[in-house]
Design a binder for this molecule. Structure first.
Ligand SMILES: Nc1ncnc2c1ncn2[C@@H]1O[C@H](COP(=O)(O)OP(=O)(O)O)[C@@H](O)[C@H]1O
Ligand SMILES: N[C@@H](CCOP(=O)(O)O)C(=O)O
Length: 296
């Protein structure tokens, strides 16, 4: 009966829309076993809202593993213990998919490779940037080539600590993607391309200053601004309080600040800025997580 622990993720890391993501030390746990009938329980985050029927995405992910491995589908009992807030841009859906995939794979004796699991997850989620770090841990860069996702895991730079301001209101990724344009200006694409390249070079060199400078974005955050009241002010407050960089976490509404070591002033400054716009939030200090979803 595998118990899987899956990290939260912060996708995009500023300019790396649908491309970059990093695992964080906040976890969902999922217990999975064969059972006489489908039974799904949820404890913690999402207890009141997460579907318990066959539409549950962790269950669908588990069934996808059975199908890909050529094994007959069975009824499953899945018990989830969630700490990742739902629909806040911290990868709750990616964690549910990764948990279902890794759990089912363990149940079957690991017929699928990690690469196959990342590909299945990206197909189910629609983009690879949150599911890849949820499975691989660390900081992941991913690219889709037709049906296949290629990705590489990098070690997050030493000394990096994030501070995440998590609004009480939810914003689904579907809605937050709905405001994005189908086409962007070439100058904006170049702005992001150049930053992603240097951001990755900075990560590999452990250069937090350069990493912080390369986290601006023109491809998704400006369009999402109306969905997150006070977003720009929260960005400004975090920088003034000493953060190296600030970004929308995933598709929002959480805002994530990247800091050199612990910076106790950053969280309260972000919360105060949100409060000035009538948004209540909780603040979490989260370190990057080196491990992806795994049986514990
Ligand atoms: N543990 C879980 N099991 C099943 N579904 C989940 C789980 N956690 C989140 N979800 C589903 O994922 C959706 C939220 O995903 P999404 O909008 O992408 O936001 P997030 O940024 O949190 O991933 C919700 O519909 C929710 O029901
Ligand atoms: N690149 C995606 C990332 C969504 O991540 P999530 O954690 O909010 O589901 C996007 O920006 O839409």
């Amino acid at each position: 009966m595998p118990l899987v622990r899956v990290p939260a993720t912060t996708a995009n890391l500023g300019p790396g829309f649908d491309t970059l993501g990093m695992a964080l030390d906040l976890y969902d746990e999922l217990l999975i076993e064969a059972a006489p009938a489908l039974e799904i329980t949820v404890t913690g985050e999402g207890e009141a809202t997460i579907p318990r029927g066959p539409e549950n995405i962790a269950y669908r992910a588990a069934l996808a593993v059975f199908a890909r491995a050529g094994r007959p589908a069975v009824n499953l009992k899945i018990a989830m213990y969630n700490s990742i807030p739902v629909a806040r841009g911290l990868g709750s859906s990616a964690a549910a998919l990764a948990g279902g995939l890794v759990g089912a794979n363990a149940l079957l004796g690991e017929p699928l490779s990690q690469d196959e699991l990342v590909n299945l997850a990206a197909d189910l989620e629609g983009h690879p940037d949150n599911v890849a770090p949820a499975i691989l841990g660390g900081l992941v860069v991913a690219a889709r080539d037709g049906d296949k996702v290629y990705c590489r895991r990098l070690e997050p730079p030493a000394g990096l600590i994030t501070v995440v301001a998590i609004p009480q209101f939810t914003l689904s990724t579907r809605v937050s993607r709905g405001v994005l344009p189908a086409r962007v200006a070439l100058s904006d694409a170049v702005f992001n391309l150049s930053r992603v390249g240097l951001l990755l070079a900075a990560v590999q060199a452990g250069d937090l200053e350069l990493m912080g400078k390369m986290m601006e974005d023109k491809l998704h955050q400006p369009y999402r601004l109306p969905l997150v009241p006070g977003m720009n002010e929260v960005f400004g407050a975090a920088r003034e309080a000493g953060a190296l960089a600030v970004a929308l976490s995933g598709s929002g509404p959480s805002v994530i600040a990247f800091c050199r070591g612990r910076k106790p002033e950053v969280g309260p400054a972000m919360a105060a800025a949100f409060a000035r716009h009538g948004v209540a939030c909780t603040v979490k200090e989260l370190a990057p997580c080196r491990h992806g979803a795994r049986v514990i």
